[in-house]
Design a binder for this molecule. Structure first.
Ligand SMILES: [Zn+2]
Length: 365
C-alpha cells in the first residue's frame, strides 16, 4: 500500500515536471498549478488516500508527499520566472522605440515685429544712457495738450484727431505727456525714453491706423543743444538701419519744440548714391547697377533718396517753464513711430499687416 502511494507520488512529480517544462505562457502555467496543487488537484487527491494508511506508515508517506509538493512548487516558480523573462524580452524585441528619430515638431510662437522693433529701440537708447519710463494710455487734456504748449482752441490741435473719453480725458495721441509727468517730479539731468500705444481718430489705410506705437525720448541738462540731438539720433539711425546711414535734419513745426525738425536718413535701398540735394537724374541713373535699383524707380523712397524717420527738436521754453525747470537748463526731445521704423526695416508697405494677426505674415519674423 505504501509503495503504491510513493510510486504514485513519484510519477506525479515526473508528469508535472514534463508538463511544466512544456508550458508556453503564464496562463497555461497557472492552469497547470491548479490542476496539480489545487483543492481538487492530483496531489491533493493522493494525499486524501493517506487516511487509509496505518499510523506507522503515515509519517513516512506524508514526508514524501511534502517533498514532492515542494519540488513541484519549485518547478512552477522557476518556470514562471523563465516565462516572465522571455515575455519581457519578446516585448522588448517587438516594441522597441528609436529615440534618435526626430519628434513631431511643436509650433512655437514668436515676438510680434512691432514688439521686436520696440525692444530694439529701447535697447539702443538704453545703451546711450536713456532710462525707460511708462506713462498712462488714458490722459488728461492738460498732459496731452496744454502742458505741451497746445492750449484749447489752438489751431495746432488739428494736427491730432483725438479720441476723447470725456470733456477733459482722452486716449493719448502721442507719448509726449510722459515728458511732462517725468519733469514735474524730477530734477535734471534727465535722459528718458517712453513708449507704447497711442490713439488718433484716423481712418484706416495702408499708412494710418487709429492705434499705433510711439517711442518718445528727451534729454534735459545744462548746455544741451541741437548738436546733442543730431548726435544721439545719428547713433540711433546707424544702430537700427546700418552703420553707413547718414542723417539729415529738415526744419519743421511742433508746438512743444523750438526749433523743430524732421529727421531723415539716406535711403538704404538707393542711398549709396545719395547727396544732400536731389539732383535731376540723367536717363542713365534709372538703370540697374550692381543689384541696387537707382533712385528714379526706388520703391522705398520713391526717388527722393531720403526717408523721414522721426520728429524732434529743442524742448520749447514754455514746456520747461510749465514744469519749473530752471532757465539754465535746455533739452531736446524726439518722437518716433514704431510702425514707421518696422515698415522701413522689414520693407513692409501696409501698416494693416501688423494688426491682422495673419499667421503667414507673422511667421516670417
Ligand atoms: Zn531709395
Amino acid at each position: 500500500m505504501v509503495n503504491a502511494v510513493v510510486d504514485k507520488l513519484d510519477s506525479l512529480l515526473e508528469e508535472a515536471s514534463s508538463k511544466i517544462s512544456q508550458t508556453a505562457d503564464i496562463k497555461s502555467l497557472e492552469d497547470l498549478q491548479h490542476e496539480i496543487l489545487g483543492k481538487k488537484g492530483k496531489l491533493t487527491q493522493v494525499l486524501r488516500g493517506l487516511s487509509e494508511l496505518s499510523e506507522e506508515e503515515r509519517p513516512h508517506v506524508g514526508k514524501k508527499a511534502n517533498e514532492i509538493k515542494a519540488a513541484v512548487q519549485k518547478l512552477l516558480d522557476e518556470r514562471l520566472l523563465s516565462l516572465k523573462q522571455s515575455a519581457l524580452s519578446e516585448r522588448l524585441e517587438k516594441e522597441w522605440l528609436d529615440l534618435t528619430l526626430p519628434g513631431e515638431p511643436v509650433p512655437t510662437g514668436r515676438l510680434h515685429p512691432l514688439t521686436r522693433v520696440l525692444r530694439e529701440v529701447k535697447s539702443i537708447f538704453s545703451g546711450l544712457g536713456f532710462e525707460f519710463v511708462q506713462g498712462p494710455e488714458v490722459e488728461s487734456d492738460y498732459y496731452n495738450f496744454e502742458a505741451l504748449n497746445i492750449p484749447p482752441d489752438h489751431p495746432a490741435r488739428d494736427m491730432w484727431d483725438s479720441l476723447y473719453l470725456g470733456e477733459k480725458t482722452l486716449l493719448r495721441t502721442h507719448t509726449s505727456p510722459v515728458q511732462i509727468r517725468v519733469m514735474e517730479k524730477r530734477k535734471p539731468p534727465l535722459r528718458v525714453i517712453s513708449g507704447g500705444k497711442c490713439f488718433r481718430r484716423d481712418a484706416v489705410d495702408s499708412t494710418h491706423c487709429f492705434q499705433f506705437h510711439q517711442v518718445e525720448g528727451f534729454m534735459v541738462d545744462q548746455g544741451v543743444s541741437m548738436a546733442h540731438l543730431k548726435g544721439t539720433l545719428s547713433a540711433f539711425a546707424k544702430a537700427i538701419f546700418g552703420p553707413e546711414r547718414k542723417v539729415k535734419l529738415v526744419p519743421s513745426y511742433f508746438p512743444f519744440t523750438e526749433p523743430s525738425v524732421e529727421v531723415y536718413i539716406d535711403c538704404f535701398n538707393c542711398g549709396k548714391n545719395s547727396s544732400e540735394d536731389q539732383q535731376p537724374s540723367s536717363p542713365n541713373s534709372s538703370s540697374v547697377e550692381s543689384g541696387l535699383v537707382l533712385s528714379e524707380s526706388c520703391r522705398i523712397c520713391g526717388g527722393t533718396k531720403w526717408l523721414e524717420i522721426l520728429g524732434a527738436g529743442m524742448i520749447h521754453p514754455f514746456v520747461l517753464r510749465v514744469v519749473n525747470i530752471p532757465s539754465e537748463y535746455t533739452g531736446f526731445a524726439f518722437g518716433l513711430g514704431i510702425e514707421r521704423i518696422a515698415m522701413l526695416k522689414f520693407r513692409i508697405d501696409d501698416i494693416r499687416l501688423f494688426y491682422e494677426s495673419d499667421q503667414k505674415f507673422l511667421e516670417q519674423f
